[in-house]
Design a protein around this ligand. Structure first.
Ligand SMILES: Cc1cc2nc3c(=O)[nH]c(=O)nc-3n(C[C@H](O)[C@H](O)[C@H](O)COP(=O)(O)O)c2cc1C
Length: 316
């Protein structure tokens, strides 16, 4: 069984992944948030900053992710990324945001299987890397995903990750496990399940339902409870130690951004994203996160965070 950390743009950047690996572990592969392809003869190195080996600790097995729908641009990026030492590159055909889907990228390309074919024809020919795909059930409905899977089956992919929602659902509503089953059954590649694993019981529910699936990708669940991947792997972390471990993790990320972002507001805004996920296991009434969301001064932020770290981690 393998556990992957899902990419979350703005959250699971190099500093986060490095700190996660050191404090929590349990992750077999970390996926980078997407790098958008662009036109031009040379790939701008700034776009690759997050995945440069010098920014990623060796304990973090990283799979870089690309977002795009132009085979030639994609291939230029993939070649440069593979020169950095990465043998597996993930293609994002699941991003649901209208700014992306409107350009027939991300989940937007799922309605156009012939476009997917064209991209893969270029990207998979004579390449030095293996492509994996992260997709949704479809843009509007699961029938779209079935047509896309028939195309994906024609290529030597390294695996397919399926977030069991349509693009139209964004992050709302329930995952559609029946549609996931249909799509996974049609797929000739190694499958990874993704979507709404927030607790150990959620994980048990998924493995009972899909005993042949061996790979699981966790996003928001791992950001809310970073102990979860390790617990799924069979490790036990004593409750009394959990707050201290999260504090050490938090302090590392806070100091990283404090040294790089200028101005109180920028830093507080960055840390709000962190707490949007992490507060779940520290409070049940939502008072702390309300104050953090309003906070724009670092001195106040430090006081609020000191208080929350005086409370015990709540297991769920
Ligand atoms: C804020 C945010 C940013 C995301 N960024 C990416 C991304 O860059 N690439 C990607 O493939 N998926 C992205 N996702 C989707 C997640 O990787 C994952 O598929 C989704 O959250 C479902 O898994 P979960 O229920 O375990 O969170 C993002 C999701 C969120 C909420």
């Amino acid at each position: 069984m393998k556990i992957f950390l899902a990419p979350l743009q703005g959250m699971t950047m190099a500093a986060y992944r490095n700190a996660f690996a050191r404090h929590f572990g349990g992750i077999d592969e970390y996926y980078s948030p997407f790098i958008s392809t662009s036109a031009g003869e040379k790939v701008n190195r700034l776009l690759l900053k997050d995945i440069l080996p010098e920014n990623n600790e060796s304990s973090v097995k990283l799979v870089p992710q690309i977002l795009g729908n132009d085979g030639i641009q994609f291939k230029a990026f993939a070649e440069d990324i593979s020169k950095l030492g990465y043998s597996r590159i993930n293609w994002n055909i699941g991003c649901p945001f209208p700014m992306v889907t409107g350009k027939k990228k991300g989940a937007g390309i799922l309605s156009y299987p012939e476009m997917i074919k064209k991209v893969l024809d270029t990207v998979c020919s004579g390449c030095s890397y293996t492509i994996t795909v992260k997709m949704r059930l479809g843009m509007e409905n699961p029938e779209e995903g079935m047509r896309v899977m028939e195309v994906l089956n024609e290529y030597p992919l390294g695996g397919v990750i399926i977030h069991a929602r349509t693009g139209q659902q964004m992050y709302k509503g329930n995952v559609d496990l029946d549609a996931f089953y249909e799509l996974a059954t049609l797929c000739n590649h190694e499958i990874t399940y993704n979507g709404d694993i927030f607790t150990y019981n959620d994980f048990l529910h998924i493995i009972e339902r899909f005993p042949s699936v061996k790979n699981f990708m966790l996003g928001r669940g791992a950001l809310r409870n970073p102990f979860l991947p390790s617990v799924i792997k069979g490790n036990t972390i004593e409750l009394k130690n959990k707050t201290g471990i999260v504090k050490a993790f938090h302090d590392e990320i806070f100091n990283y951004y404090r040294n790089r972002l200028s101005g109180d507001k920028h830093l507080c805004d960055k840390m709000k994203e962190f707490w949007d996920y992490m507060h779940t296991h520290f409070e049940q009434n939502g008072k702390f996160i309300k104050k953090i969301r309003k906070c724009n001064r670092v001195s106040e932020y430090v006081k609020l965070v000191d208080e929350i770290f005086n409370s015990a981690w709540i297991d769920m």
